[in-house]
Design a protein around this ligand. Sequence first.
Ligand SMILES: C[S@@+](CC[C@H](N)C(=O)[O-])C[C@H]1O[C@@H](n2cnc3c(N)ncnc32)[C@H](O)[C@@H]1O
Length: 245
Amino acid sequence: MLDDIYTNGELAALYDSLNPAGEDSAFYLRSAGTPKRVLDLGCGTGLLACMLAARGHAVTGVEPARAMLDIARGREGGGAVTWIEADARTLDLGERFDLIIMTGHVFQVFLSDDDVHAVLRAAHAHLAKEGRLIFESRNPAVKAWESWTPEQTARTVSVAGVGEVGVQHRLIAVNGDRVAFETDHVFHGTGKTLANASTLRFLSQAEIGTHLRDAGFIRTAWYGDWIEGPVLPESRELVIVAERD
Ligand SMILES: C[S@@+](CC[C@H](N)C(=O)[O-])C[C@H]1O[C@@H](n2cnc3c(N)ncnc32)[C@H](O)[C@@H]1O
């Protein structure tokens, strides 16, 4: 089940203003290196996919939410990327890639062990020999969700063609490693409010490592930030570079 923020065109239109390119994009661009075949799983609105294509990579972006993919297709430089509307868990493109990425915490949308296994197996099956899978997940030790309150997250973004939109998160429940929260979007121009319910999974470094081994990845490097520092207990991110055999 896809979240409304990805399937509802009015909410998808806010995505780039709420999630502009940052340190994470710079890390992925650096890691990609010289031009190669890149598969972006859960590419969303395609901002990073287009940045990679502009640097000479042959990029395929996979995304199941039509509203996100419509934005990706219409983006400047979007014609240079191959866009595919599909679920990463069941992907079978019959092609191999030198680099597969899952950015913007896509990995955390996979809520069951079966789903995690399916997406990692699909990534493994699409990797060329010595290819790399690079992705990130929020470190559960930091409990980022504790600050997902209206008081700590409320902000207003200005969106071209839409106007000002107030956005805030509200933690709903923590069930083991699954965190449920809601996001309110208030469109100042019309007064309309759209709420979105999300659940994300927070796996530990050890758990992700086990899933990667089960999916056939033999070597894994871990970073705790976007400048390739070590994973520390207080690291907000777990950044993973996994190599296939
Ligand atoms: C937080 S967004 C990240 C988008 C983009 N990678 C980025 O960095 O901005 C998560 C994306 O994962 C996509 N997604 C959800 N379920 C998926 C699945 N089963 N296979 C592939 N993508 C999925 C969503 O539709 C959404 O576009």
